[in-house]
Design a protein around this ligand. Structure first.
Ligand code: UD1
Ligand code: UDP
Length: 366
Protein backbone atom coordinates (compact mmCIF):
# COMPACT_ATOMS: atom_id res chain seq x y z
CA UNK A 1 0.00 0.00 0.00
CA UNK A 2 1.40 3.39 -0.97
CA UNK A 3 1.13 5.87 1.90
CA UNK A 4 0.32 9.37 0.65
CA UNK A 5 0.28 12.42 2.91
CA UNK A 6 -1.93 15.27 1.70
CA UNK A 7 -0.92 18.58 3.28
CA UNK A 8 -3.67 21.09 4.07
CA UNK A 9 -2.92 24.35 5.87
CA UNK A 10 -5.12 27.26 4.89
CA UNK A 11 -8.54 27.98 3.36
CA UNK A 12 -7.57 27.72 -0.32
CA UNK A 13 -5.85 24.36 0.32
CA UNK A 14 -9.00 22.56 1.37
CA UNK A 15 -10.66 22.74 -2.07
CA UNK A 16 -7.44 21.46 -3.62
CA UNK A 17 -6.98 18.55 -1.23
CA UNK A 18 -10.62 17.39 -1.08
CA UNK A 19 -11.14 16.08 -4.63
CA UNK A 20 -7.77 14.34 -4.53
CA UNK A 21 -8.50 12.77 -1.14
CA UNK A 22 -11.81 11.41 -2.43
CA UNK A 23 -10.19 10.05 -5.59
CA UNK A 24 -7.22 8.40 -3.83
CA UNK A 25 -9.46 7.03 -1.10
CA UNK A 26 -11.44 4.95 -3.55
CA UNK A 27 -8.33 3.36 -5.10
CA UNK A 28 -6.95 0.13 -3.68
CA UNK A 29 -3.23 0.81 -4.18
CA UNK A 30 -2.89 3.83 -1.91
CA UNK A 31 -3.81 5.18 1.49
CA UNK A 32 -4.34 8.95 1.66
CA UNK A 33 -3.72 10.64 5.02
CA UNK A 34 -4.71 14.26 5.61
CA UNK A 35 -2.19 16.37 7.52
CA UNK A 36 -3.56 19.74 8.71
CA UNK A 37 -0.80 22.15 9.72
CA UNK A 38 -3.26 24.45 11.52
CA UNK A 39 -2.37 27.70 9.72
CA UNK A 40 -6.08 28.50 9.48
CA UNK A 41 -7.97 27.41 12.58
CA UNK A 42 -11.21 29.41 12.99
CA UNK A 43 -14.22 27.24 12.20
CA UNK A 44 -15.14 29.60 9.35
CA UNK A 45 -11.63 29.30 7.88
CA UNK A 46 -11.19 25.54 8.35
CA UNK A 47 -13.76 23.12 9.87
CA UNK A 48 -16.64 24.44 7.78
CA UNK A 49 -14.66 23.51 4.66
CA UNK A 50 -14.07 19.99 5.90
CA UNK A 51 -17.85 19.68 6.39
CA UNK A 52 -18.81 21.18 3.02
CA UNK A 53 -16.18 19.19 1.14
CA UNK A 54 -17.16 15.96 2.93
CA UNK A 55 -13.67 15.44 4.30
CA UNK A 56 -12.98 13.40 7.44
CA UNK A 57 -11.26 15.18 10.34
CA UNK A 58 -7.54 15.41 9.64
CA UNK A 59 -5.64 12.26 10.55
CA UNK A 60 -2.78 14.42 11.83
CA UNK A 61 -3.05 17.99 13.14
CA UNK A 62 0.17 19.92 13.70
CA UNK A 63 -1.58 22.87 15.40
CA UNK A 64 0.92 25.47 14.26
CA UNK A 65 -1.47 28.45 14.01
CA UNK A 66 -0.62 32.08 13.29
CA UNK A 67 2.79 33.72 13.53
CA UNK A 68 5.47 35.49 11.55
CA UNK A 69 6.64 33.87 8.31
CA UNK A 70 9.68 32.40 10.03
CA UNK A 71 7.61 31.14 12.97
CA UNK A 72 5.08 29.45 10.71
CA UNK A 73 7.75 27.94 8.49
CA UNK A 74 9.95 26.70 11.34
CA UNK A 75 6.92 25.45 13.31
CA UNK A 76 5.71 23.30 10.45
CA UNK A 77 9.19 21.94 9.72
CA UNK A 78 9.90 21.05 13.33
CA UNK A 79 6.54 19.36 13.92
CA UNK A 80 6.25 17.58 10.59
CA UNK A 81 9.81 16.26 10.53
CA UNK A 82 8.93 13.95 13.45
CA UNK A 83 5.82 12.71 11.66
CA UNK A 84 7.78 11.90 8.51
CA UNK A 85 10.32 9.92 10.50
CA UNK A 86 7.54 7.98 12.29
CA UNK A 87 5.21 7.37 9.35
CA UNK A 88 7.63 7.17 6.40
CA UNK A 89 5.14 8.27 3.75
CA UNK A 90 5.88 7.14 0.18
CA UNK A 91 4.62 10.45 -1.22
CA UNK A 92 3.88 13.86 0.22
CA UNK A 93 1.54 16.03 -1.80
CA UNK A 94 1.63 19.78 -1.22
CA UNK A 95 -0.79 22.21 -2.83
CA UNK A 96 -0.85 25.93 -3.64
CA UNK A 97 1.64 28.49 -2.38
CA UNK A 98 1.18 29.04 1.35
CA UNK A 99 4.03 28.92 3.89
CA UNK A 100 3.49 25.24 4.79
CA UNK A 101 3.67 24.29 1.09
CA UNK A 102 7.31 25.37 1.12
CA UNK A 103 8.06 24.29 4.72
CA UNK A 104 6.83 20.75 4.17
CA UNK A 105 8.65 20.41 0.86
CA UNK A 106 11.95 21.54 2.33
CA UNK A 107 11.57 19.31 5.37
CA UNK A 108 10.58 16.27 3.28
CA UNK A 109 13.33 16.63 0.69
CA UNK A 110 15.99 16.84 3.42
CA UNK A 111 14.67 13.44 4.55
CA UNK A 112 14.74 12.19 0.94
CA UNK A 113 10.97 11.66 0.72
CA UNK A 114 9.25 12.18 -2.64
CA UNK A 115 7.18 15.36 -2.93
CA UNK A 116 4.61 16.26 -5.57
CA UNK A 117 3.34 19.84 -5.92
CA UNK A 118 -0.20 20.34 -7.13
CA UNK A 119 -0.70 23.78 -8.73
CA UNK A 120 2.98 24.05 -9.64
CA UNK A 121 4.58 26.53 -12.04
CA UNK A 122 2.46 29.62 -11.37
CA UNK A 123 4.55 32.80 -11.29
CA UNK A 124 3.53 36.41 -10.70
CA UNK A 125 7.09 37.65 -11.21
CA UNK A 126 6.66 39.67 -8.02
CA UNK A 127 9.12 38.48 -5.39
CA UNK A 128 7.71 40.86 -2.78
CA UNK A 129 4.79 38.40 -2.47
CA UNK A 130 5.48 35.72 0.14
CA UNK A 131 3.61 33.25 -2.07
CA UNK A 132 6.01 33.81 -4.98
CA UNK A 133 8.97 32.82 -2.80
CA UNK A 134 7.05 29.76 -1.62
CA UNK A 135 6.33 28.77 -5.24
CA UNK A 136 9.95 29.20 -6.34
CA UNK A 137 11.42 27.19 -3.47
CA UNK A 138 8.81 24.43 -3.68
CA UNK A 139 9.06 23.96 -7.43
CA UNK A 140 12.85 23.98 -7.45
CA UNK A 141 13.09 20.92 -5.19
CA UNK A 142 9.81 18.96 -5.58
CA UNK A 143 10.00 15.71 -7.56
CA UNK A 144 6.72 16.06 -9.44
CA UNK A 145 5.09 19.24 -10.69
CA UNK A 146 1.40 19.09 -11.52
CA UNK A 147 0.44 22.24 -13.39
CA UNK A 148 -2.97 23.84 -13.97
CA UNK A 149 -2.24 25.55 -17.31
CA UNK A 150 0.33 25.61 -20.15
CA UNK A 151 1.88 28.92 -18.95
CA UNK A 152 2.91 27.10 -15.78
CA UNK A 153 4.69 24.39 -17.81
CA UNK A 154 6.52 27.12 -19.72
CA UNK A 155 7.62 28.85 -16.51
CA UNK A 156 9.05 25.63 -15.13
CA UNK A 157 10.86 24.73 -18.33
CA UNK A 158 12.36 28.26 -18.45
CA UNK A 159 13.64 27.68 -14.91
CA UNK A 160 15.38 24.49 -16.03
CA UNK A 161 12.98 21.90 -14.59
CA UNK A 162 13.21 18.55 -16.40
CA UNK A 163 10.17 17.98 -18.62
CA UNK A 164 9.77 14.49 -17.18
CA UNK A 165 8.84 15.98 -13.79
CA UNK A 166 5.99 18.08 -15.20
CA UNK A 167 2.43 16.94 -15.90
CA UNK A 168 -0.29 19.37 -16.95
CA UNK A 169 -3.31 18.05 -15.04
CA UNK A 170 -5.69 21.03 -15.10
CA UNK A 171 -7.27 22.96 -12.26
CA UNK A 172 -8.20 20.99 -9.14
CA UNK A 173 -10.37 23.87 -7.75
CA UNK A 174 -12.87 23.17 -10.48
CA UNK A 175 -13.20 19.57 -9.28
CA UNK A 176 -14.44 20.86 -5.91
CA UNK A 177 -16.97 23.12 -7.60
CA UNK A 178 -18.26 20.29 -9.76
CA UNK A 179 -18.35 17.93 -6.78
CA UNK A 180 -20.70 20.32 -4.96
CA UNK A 181 -22.42 22.05 -7.87
CA UNK A 182 -25.89 20.67 -7.15
CA UNK A 183 -25.69 21.53 -3.46
CA UNK A 184 -24.41 25.02 -4.28
CA UNK A 185 -27.28 25.62 -6.72
CA UNK A 186 -29.89 24.24 -4.33
CA UNK A 187 -28.95 26.69 -1.57
CA UNK A 188 -30.34 29.83 -3.34
CA UNK A 189 -27.86 31.91 -1.37
CA UNK A 190 -28.56 35.44 -2.75
CA UNK A 191 -32.08 35.42 -1.27
CA UNK A 192 -30.55 34.99 2.19
CA UNK A 193 -28.95 38.41 1.71
CA UNK A 194 -32.07 39.94 0.13
CA UNK A 195 -30.27 40.06 -3.18
CA UNK A 196 -31.50 39.32 -6.68
CA UNK A 197 -29.58 37.09 -9.02
CA UNK A 198 -27.18 39.06 -11.25
CA UNK A 199 -27.75 42.33 -9.40
CA UNK A 200 -24.96 42.46 -6.84
CA UNK A 201 -21.19 42.16 -6.53
CA UNK A 202 -19.05 40.08 -4.17
CA UNK A 203 -15.84 41.35 -2.57
CA UNK A 204 -12.90 39.48 -1.00
CA UNK A 205 -9.57 41.11 -0.10
CA UNK A 206 -6.74 39.75 2.01
CA UNK A 207 -3.37 40.39 0.33
CA UNK A 208 -0.95 42.18 2.66
CA UNK A 209 -0.21 44.65 -0.17
CA UNK A 210 -3.88 45.74 -0.12
CA UNK A 211 -4.94 45.41 3.48
CA UNK A 212 -1.92 45.84 5.76
CA UNK A 213 -1.15 49.49 4.98
CA UNK A 214 -3.50 52.10 6.48
CA UNK A 215 -3.49 54.47 3.48
CA UNK A 216 -4.05 51.72 0.92
CA UNK A 217 -6.85 50.15 2.94
CA UNK A 218 -8.51 53.54 3.52
CA UNK A 219 -8.43 54.24 -0.21
CA UNK A 220 -9.87 50.83 -1.02
CA UNK A 221 -12.60 51.22 1.59
CA UNK A 222 -13.56 54.57 0.06
CA UNK A 223 -13.76 53.14 -3.47
CA UNK A 224 -15.81 50.19 -2.25
CA UNK A 225 -18.24 52.61 -0.57
CA UNK A 226 -18.59 54.37 -3.89
CA UNK A 227 -19.34 51.12 -5.73
CA UNK A 228 -21.88 50.07 -3.11
CA UNK A 229 -23.81 53.28 -3.80
CA UNK A 230 -24.35 52.04 -7.37
CA UNK A 231 -24.90 48.33 -6.76
CA UNK A 232 -25.21 46.16 -3.62
CA UNK A 233 -22.02 44.46 -2.43
CA UNK A 234 -21.38 41.52 -0.12
CA UNK A 235 -17.91 41.67 1.40
CA UNK A 236 -16.72 38.35 2.84
CA UNK A 237 -14.20 39.54 5.37
CA UNK A 238 -10.94 37.61 5.82
CA UNK A 239 -9.64 37.70 9.44
CA UNK A 240 -6.52 39.64 8.39
CA UNK A 241 -8.69 42.28 6.74
CA UNK A 242 -11.13 42.49 9.65
CA UNK A 243 -8.27 42.99 12.07
CA UNK A 244 -6.81 45.82 9.99
CA UNK A 245 -10.16 47.52 9.31
CA UNK A 246 -10.72 47.57 13.06
CA UNK A 247 -7.19 48.73 13.89
CA UNK A 248 -7.46 51.61 11.42
CA UNK A 249 -11.03 52.54 12.51
CA UNK A 250 -12.40 51.78 9.07
CA UNK A 251 -14.78 48.96 9.89
CA UNK A 252 -17.81 51.08 10.90
CA UNK A 253 -17.30 53.39 7.93
CA UNK A 254 -17.42 50.48 5.50
CA UNK A 255 -20.12 48.51 7.31
CA UNK A 256 -22.37 51.57 7.37
CA UNK A 257 -22.04 52.22 3.64
CA UNK A 258 -25.29 52.06 1.67
CA UNK A 259 -25.68 48.74 -0.11
CA UNK A 260 -22.76 47.15 1.72
CA UNK A 261 -23.18 43.88 3.63
CA UNK A 262 -20.14 42.64 5.49
CA UNK A 263 -20.05 38.97 6.46
CA UNK A 264 -17.67 36.70 8.31
CA UNK A 265 -15.80 34.31 6.00
CA UNK A 266 -18.38 32.12 4.28
CA UNK A 267 -18.32 28.37 3.96
CA UNK A 268 -17.45 27.08 0.49
CA UNK A 269 -21.04 26.21 -0.45
CA UNK A 270 -22.40 29.56 0.75
CA UNK A 271 -19.61 31.52 -0.92
CA UNK A 272 -19.87 29.79 -4.27
CA UNK A 273 -23.66 30.09 -4.06
CA UNK A 274 -23.21 33.87 -3.91
CA UNK A 275 -20.46 33.97 -6.53
CA UNK A 276 -22.30 31.94 -9.17
CA UNK A 277 -25.24 34.35 -9.27
CA UNK A 278 -23.26 37.57 -8.88
CA UNK A 279 -22.75 40.29 -11.47
CA UNK A 280 -19.03 40.63 -10.71
CA UNK A 281 -16.30 39.96 -8.18
CA UNK A 282 -13.83 42.44 -6.72
CA UNK A 283 -10.93 40.48 -5.28
CA UNK A 284 -7.24 39.89 -4.77
CA UNK A 285 -7.69 36.15 -4.19
CA UNK A 286 -5.92 33.61 -6.36
CA UNK A 287 -8.70 31.04 -6.31
CA UNK A 288 -11.46 33.54 -7.02
CA UNK A 289 -9.75 34.62 -10.27
CA UNK A 290 -10.02 31.00 -11.40
CA UNK A 291 -13.55 30.30 -10.21
CA UNK A 292 -14.94 33.41 -11.91
CA UNK A 293 -13.21 32.51 -15.17
CA UNK A 294 -14.74 29.04 -14.99
CA UNK A 295 -18.19 30.47 -14.29
CA UNK A 296 -17.92 33.28 -16.86
CA UNK A 297 -18.37 36.03 -14.25
CA UNK A 298 -16.44 39.33 -14.59
CA UNK A 299 -13.61 39.59 -12.07
CA UNK A 300 -11.77 42.78 -11.14
CA UNK A 301 -8.49 41.85 -9.47
CA UNK A 302 -7.01 44.66 -7.39
CA UNK A 303 -3.39 43.76 -8.00
CA UNK A 304 -0.52 44.78 -10.32
CA UNK A 305 0.29 41.20 -11.34
CA UNK A 306 -1.25 37.77 -11.40
CA UNK A 307 0.33 34.33 -11.31
CA UNK A 308 -2.75 33.14 -13.18
CA UNK A 309 -2.44 34.96 -16.55
CA UNK A 310 -4.72 32.47 -18.28
CA UNK A 311 -7.64 33.99 -16.37
CA UNK A 312 -6.91 37.21 -18.29
CA UNK A 313 -5.98 35.79 -21.70
CA UNK A 314 -8.83 33.23 -21.81
CA UNK A 315 -11.04 33.99 -18.82
CA UNK A 316 -12.96 36.94 -17.40
CA UNK A 317 -10.29 38.50 -15.21
CA UNK A 318 -8.78 41.99 -15.41
CA UNK A 319 -6.13 43.59 -13.20
CA UNK A 320 -7.00 47.06 -11.93
CA UNK A 321 -5.74 49.79 -9.64
CA UNK A 322 -8.20 51.08 -7.02
CA UNK A 323 -8.85 54.28 -9.00
CA UNK A 324 -9.95 52.20 -12.01
CA UNK A 325 -12.59 50.35 -10.03
CA UNK A 326 -15.56 52.58 -10.90
CA UNK A 327 -14.68 52.45 -14.61
CA UNK A 328 -14.46 48.66 -14.46
CA UNK A 329 -17.89 48.40 -12.82
CA UNK A 330 -19.32 50.73 -15.44
CA UNK A 331 -17.79 48.60 -18.25
CA UNK A 332 -19.26 45.46 -16.69
CA UNK A 333 -22.71 47.10 -16.46
CA UNK A 334 -22.52 48.11 -20.13
CA UNK A 335 -21.49 44.61 -21.20
CA UNK A 336 -18.01 45.78 -22.20
CA UNK A 337 -16.20 42.85 -20.61
CA UNK A 338 -14.74 39.64 -21.93
CA UNK A 339 -17.23 36.76 -21.83
CA UNK A 340 -14.25 34.42 -21.50
CA UNK A 341 -13.90 30.73 -22.09
CA UNK A 342 -12.90 27.85 -19.88
CA UNK A 343 -9.19 27.02 -20.01
CA UNK A 344 -8.30 23.52 -21.22
CA UNK A 345 -8.49 20.76 -18.57
CA UNK A 346 -10.51 22.91 -16.17
CA UNK A 347 -13.18 20.26 -16.34
CA UNK A 348 -13.71 18.63 -12.94
CA UNK A 349 -11.47 15.63 -13.74
CA UNK A 350 -8.13 16.88 -12.47
CA UNK A 351 -8.06 14.60 -9.40
CA UNK A 352 -8.42 11.58 -11.66
CA UNK A 353 -5.51 12.74 -13.86
CA UNK A 354 -3.38 13.37 -10.77
CA UNK A 355 -4.13 9.90 -9.37
CA UNK A 356 -3.27 8.28 -12.70
CA UNK A 357 -0.01 10.21 -12.90
CA UNK A 358 0.87 9.30 -9.32
CA UNK A 359 0.18 5.63 -10.01
CA UNK A 360 2.35 5.74 -13.11
CA UNK A 361 5.20 7.35 -11.21
CA UNK A 362 4.80 5.00 -8.23
CA UNK A 363 4.87 1.86 -10.34
CA UNK A 364 7.16 3.26 -13.05
CA UNK A 365 4.70 2.08 -15.66
CA UNK A 366 5.35 4.01 -18.85
C1 UD1 B 1 -2.54 32.95 4.04
C2 UD1 B 1 -1.49 32.70 2.96
C3 UD1 B 1 -1.96 33.30 1.64
C4 UD1 B 1 -3.34 32.81 1.28
C5 UD1 B 1 -4.30 33.04 2.44
C6 UD1 B 1 -5.63 32.43 2.11
C7 UD1 B 1 0.91 32.60 3.47
C8 UD1 B 1 2.17 33.37 3.44
N1 UD1 B 1 -0.21 33.31 3.28
O1 UD1 B 1 -2.61 34.35 4.23
O2 UD1 B 1 -1.06 32.93 0.60
O3 UD1 B 1 -3.79 33.50 0.14
O4 UD1 B 1 -3.78 32.42 3.63
O5 UD1 B 1 -6.67 32.91 2.89
O6 UD1 B 1 0.92 31.41 3.68
N2 UD1 B 1 -6.30 34.51 11.39
C9 UD1 B 1 -7.40 34.27 12.16
N3 UD1 B 1 -7.98 33.04 12.07
C10 UD1 B 1 -7.52 32.05 11.29
C11 UD1 B 1 -6.38 32.29 10.51
C12 UD1 B 1 -5.79 33.54 10.56
O7 UD1 B 1 -7.85 35.14 12.89
O8 UD1 B 1 -8.12 30.96 11.27
C13 UD1 B 1 -5.68 35.87 11.44
C14 UD1 B 1 -4.50 35.94 12.38
O9 UD1 B 1 -4.54 37.20 12.98
C15 UD1 B 1 -3.31 35.85 11.45
C16 UD1 B 1 -3.83 36.55 10.19
O10 UD1 B 1 -5.20 36.19 10.13
O11 UD1 B 1 -2.17 36.45 11.97
C17 UD1 B 1 -3.12 36.14 8.93
O12 UD1 B 1 -3.14 34.72 8.78
P1 UD1 B 1 -1.98 33.96 7.97
O13 UD1 B 1 -2.36 32.54 7.85
O14 UD1 B 1 -0.65 34.29 8.52
O15 UD1 B 1 -2.00 34.68 6.56
P2 UD1 B 1 -3.21 34.94 5.57
O16 UD1 B 1 -3.34 36.39 5.35
O17 UD1 B 1 -4.42 34.18 6.02
N1 UDP C 1 -13.75 31.16 -0.24
C1 UDP C 1 -14.82 30.73 0.54
N2 UDP C 1 -15.42 31.63 1.37
C2 UDP C 1 -15.06 32.93 1.43
C3 UDP C 1 -13.97 33.37 0.62
C4 UDP C 1 -13.32 32.45 -0.19
O1 UDP C 1 -15.22 29.57 0.47
O2 UDP C 1 -15.67 33.67 2.19
C5 UDP C 1 -13.06 30.17 -1.05
C6 UDP C 1 -13.15 30.36 -2.56
O3 UDP C 1 -13.40 29.11 -3.13
C7 UDP C 1 -11.78 30.86 -2.93
C8 UDP C 1 -10.89 30.20 -1.92
O4 UDP C 1 -11.68 30.22 -0.73
O5 UDP C 1 -11.36 30.47 -4.20
C9 UDP C 1 -9.59 30.88 -1.85
O6 UDP C 1 -9.36 31.50 -0.69
P1 UDP C 1 -8.45 32.76 -0.46
O7 UDP C 1 -8.89 33.89 -1.29
O8 UDP C 1 -8.44 32.90 1.02
O9 UDP C 1 -6.97 32.29 -0.89
P2 UDP C 1 -6.10 32.45 -2.24
O10 UDP C 1 -6.75 31.68 -3.31
O11 UDP C 1 -5.96 33.88 -2.54
O12 UDP C 1 -4.78 31.87 -1.83
Amino acid sequence: MTLVHLIAAARPNFMKVAPLYHELNRLDWCEPVIVHTGQHYDANMSDNFFDDLQLPSPDIHLGIGSGSHAEQTAGVMTAYEKIIVEQKPDWIIVVGDVNPTMAVTLCAKKLLVSVAHLEAGLRSGDRSMPEELNRLVTDSIADVLWTPSPDADENLIKEGVAVSKISNVGNIMIDSYELLREKIQAESVPAKYDLQSGKYGVVTLHRPSNVDNRDTLTLLADYLREVSREIPLVFSLHPRTRKNLETYDLFERLDGAPGMQITDPLSYIQFMGLVRESKFLITDSGGVQEETSYLGIPCVTLRDTTERPITISLGTNKLAAPDQLMDCISDISQGKWSKGQRPPLWDGHTAQRVAEDLYRRTTNVA
